[in-house]
Design a protein around this ligand. Structure first.
Ligand SMILES: Nc1nc2c(ncn2[C@@H]2O[C@H](COP(=O)(O)OP(=O)(O)OP(=O)(O)O)[C@@H](O)[C@H]2O)c(=O)[nH]1
Ligand SMILES: [Mg+2]
Length: 254
C-alpha cells in the first residue's frame, strides 16, 4: 500500500488532482482510496472515502474558540494530530493499493505544524511519497519558479520521504511557457541565465552554485506536467510512484 500526498501552495490544484488521479486509477482498473485532510475544503471535486471533516468542522472550531477562519485553520491543523489513531484504523480497514491524500489549502498548515509530520510518520513514512505541486502561474517567471523550488526543498527536508515534482494545470500554459519551465527544471544553466535576465541585481546571491545545491534535494528532478482538466500526465504520476517503490512493476488490475 502506498500513501501518496499531494502538497502545494494554495490553489495549486491539490484537490482537483486528487479527483483526477483517482478517476484515472479507477479507469485503469486499479484500486485507490482518497483521504481529505483539509477541514476547510468546499465543493470537493471528489467524494473522499475518509474525511477530516467527520472529526473537525471549521465552523465548530470558530465557535468553540471564538476565532476567525484563519485562526480556526491553525487550531484545526493542530487538532489533526488528535484524530490520527482513529483515522488510521479506518484507513487500514480498506484493502487497496493506493491511498491518495489531499492536504490543506494553506500548505504551511501541513508542512510546518507538527501534526502533518506526525501524521505522515504514523501512517508509514516508509511507504509514502510526496507529490509536490508547482503552480503554473507562479512557475512562469524564473523568480517564481526558484521560490517554488526552495519550498519543495523545505518540504523534502521536513518529511524526508521520496518526492516527485508535478507541474499542475499545464493546459493553462502556452507551449513556450511550458517548455521554458521544463527546461529550467532540468538545466540549471538555463535557469541561471533566465534569473539574471529577470533580476540582474541578484547575480551575486542567486548564482549557479546556489541553484546547483538545490539539485541535491531533488528540486531539480524532472517536472511532470499534468492537466487535471484534460486528464493528461496521470500515467506519468503512476509510473513515477511505481518506479520509486516497485522498480517500475505494474500493479495487478481488477
Ligand atoms: N485549467 C485548469 N484548471 C485547474 C486544473 N486543476 C485545477 N484547476 C482549477 O484551479 C483551482 C484550484 O484548484 P484546487 O484543486 O481547488 O486547488 P487546491 O490546491 O486544492 O486549492 P486549496 O485547497 O483551496 O488551496 C480551481 O478553480 C480548479 O478548477 C487544471 O488541470 N487545469
Ligand atoms: Mg484543496
Amino acid at each position: 500500500m502506498i500513501n501518496l500526498y499531494f502538497i502545494g501552495s494554495a490553489g495549486s490544484g491539490k484537490s482537483t488532482l486528487t479527483g483526477a488521479f483517482l478517476g484515472w486509477m479507477q479507469r485503469q482498473g486499479y484500486d485507490a482510496v482518497t483521504v481529505n485532510l483539509d477541514p476547510g475544503i468546499e465543493n470537493a471535486p471528489y467524494v473522499p472515502d475518509v474525511d477530516i471533516r467527520d472529526w473537525i468542522k471549521l465552523k465548530d472550531v470558530m465557535e468553540d474558540y471564538d476565532v476567525g477562519p484563519n485562526g480556526a485553520q491553525i487550531i484545526a491543523a493542530d487538532m489533526l494530530a488528535l484524530n490520527i489513531t482513529e483515522m488510521k484504523e479506518i484507513i487500514d480497514s480498506f484493502e487497496t493499493d493506493y491511498i491518495i491524500f489531499d492536504t490543506p489549502g494553506q500548505m504551511e498548515l501541513f508542512t510546518l505544524r507538527q501534526s502533518g509530520k506526525v501524521l505522515v510518520d504514523s501512517f508509514g513514512a516508509e511507504r509514502s511519497i510526496i507529490g509536490y505541486l508547482y503552480d503554473p502561474v507562479i512557475s512562469k517567471t524564473p523568480s517564481g519558479f526558484i521560490t517554488l523550488m526552495l519550498q519543495a526543498a523545505s518540504v523534502q527536508v521536513r518529511f524526508n520521504v521520496p518526492f516527485m515534482s508535478i507541474l499542475t494545470k499545464s493546459d493553462l500554459l502556452k507551449d513556450k511557457e511550458r517548455e521554458d519551465i521544463l527546461k529550467w527544471s532540468q538545466d540549471f544553466m538555463e535557469l541561471d541565465n533566465a534569473i539574471h535576465d529577470e533580476m540582474p541585481t541578484l547575480r551575486n546571491q542567486l548564482n549557479i552554485e546556489f541553484l546547483s545545491a538545490l539539485k541535491s534535494f531533488g528540486a531539480g528532478q524532472k517536472l511532470l506536467p499534468v492537466s487535471s482538466t484534460y486528464g493528461s500526465g496521470m500515467e506519468d504520476i503512476y509510473n513515477s510512484v511505481q518506479q520509486i517503490y516497485y522498480g517500475g512493476e505494474d500493479l495487478s488490475r481488477d
